[in-house]
Design a binder for this molecule. Structure first.
Ligand SMILES: Nc1ncnc2c1ncn2[C@@H]1O[C@H](COP(=O)(O)OP(=O)(O)O)[C@@H](O)[C@H]1O
Ligand SMILES: O=C(O)C[C@@H](O)[C@H](O)C(=O)COP(=O)(O)O
Length: 330
């Protein structure tokens, strides 16, 4: 089954949210206390998804606020270098800093992220910095849940979503739950539900839907029966190595399996999955194939050191789908 998008727009996807820095432990298989060197990459979930999409050949733009310093310039130059339109990335003038994500790789199964996100520039994106003329040129607007965690970025997201809906731009909402940015899970539930109910496509892990629903151990059937009473037409629920499901409002369910891989670290899976899943949808490949693309891209990125730099090409994804066995039910 194919997912219909508005044809012929300047941008396949415009992503909105944080563009930050990942500092990934260079010496892995040890705790962060014993890690002395880190390798710098562009990071931040929506930036990673934009980079992944651009590497796959999509025409991508980005809306966000970056710090007015060396880190902000590094991010903008890197994103422009991979082909992303950065004309709507605003430079902060009030001394706010770039968010940092230090990653700890203790073992392939035991990874964690330590985020430094106090007073970060990305959460100062203001509604007046979101431009209708720009958004209306996209097929898809991708918004990240973390951008809802504080004002004024929260209002910037709400404005962008309403501009997208007014201009037939499909809204894709990536739940992207990062507890460091929020005051409380209750606050997360309020704002994520508000946007999920207005979105056309929602993507998240089972745990992220649980936070949005304010419960533990939620069932996919309950999630979709609620969301399909509102705007969403397509809901993707990821279950880690057990794979993922895509549900359509018209009643179909598709299952994606994870591919066997040599895991180096587990982060980066979600962003690489989203970029390749959306690439396939935008390319008209159908939902079942989009699940394969997402899973294949994630299996490549978890075997490598970074999230952004490791994003694969279409050829790498297609080769992996053709050759690699899937992980059967666990
Ligand atoms: N250990 C793994 N090996 C292979 N693929 C994986 C692994 N972990 C995750 N994936 C793939 O990445 C996708 C997203 O991972 P998941 O952990 O659910 O999301 P997130 O990274 O957002 O928490 C999964 O649906 C699966 O296809
Ligand atoms: O999103 C962030 O700010 C951190 C990311 O850049 C980092 O690479 C990461 O955690 C990605 O993990 P994912 O969400 O599982 O793809």
């Amino acid at each position: 089954m194919k997912y219909e998008l508005t044809a012929a727009r300047e941008y396949d996807m415009i992503a909105l949210g944080r563009a930050c820095i990942d500092l990934n432990a260079t010496e892995y298989n040890r705790p962060m206390e014993e890690t002395m060197t880190f390798t710098k990459y562009v990071g931040g979930s929506p930036a990673n998804i934009a980079i992944g999409g651009s590497k796959l050949g999509l025409k991508v733009g980005f809306i966000g606020k970056i710090s007015g310093d060396q880190h902000g310039r590094f991010i903008e130059q890197y994103m422009r270098g991979v082909g992303i339109d950065t004309s709507n990335m605003v430079v902060d003038k009030e001394g706010h800093k770039t968010g940092l994500a230090f990653t700890e790789i203790k073992s392939p199964e035991e990874c964690s992220i330590l985020m430094y996100r106090q007073e970060v520039a990305d959460l100062y994106l203001a509604p007046e910095e979101v431009n209708e003329e720009y958004i209306k040129q996209a097929k898809i607007l991708l918004v990240s849940g973390t951008a809802l965690s504080k004002s004024p970025s929260r209002e910037a997201v709400l404005k962008a979503v309403s501009l997208a809906k007014r201009n037939d731009v499909k809204v894709v909402f990536e739940l992207d739950y990062r507890p460091y940015s929020w005051n409380s899970p209750e606050e997360t539930a309020v704002y994520c539900s508000l946007v999920a109910e207005q979105a056309d496509v929602v993507i998240g892990t089972r745990d992220e839907y649980d936070v949005m629903e304010g419960k533990e151990g939620g069932k996919n059937e309950d999630t979709i029966s609620h969301l399909f009473n509102h705007s969403p037409e397509l809901v993707v629920i990821k279950h880690g190595v057990e794979g993922s499901y895509a549900y359509t409002k018209s009643g179909e369910t598709f299952r994606g399996r994870a591919y066997k891989t040599q895991v180096l670290k587990t982060f980066g899976a979600g962003d690489s999955y989203a970029s390749a899943f959306l690439y396939a949808l935008i390319s008209g490949k159908g939902i079942e194939t989009a699940l394969k693309y997402g899973s294949a891209s994630a299996s490549i990125v978890v075997s490598q050191h970074s999230s952004s730099e490791a994003m694969p090409t279409v050829e790498e994804i297609e080769q992996l789908i053709a050759e690699r066995p899937v992980i059967e039910a666990i």
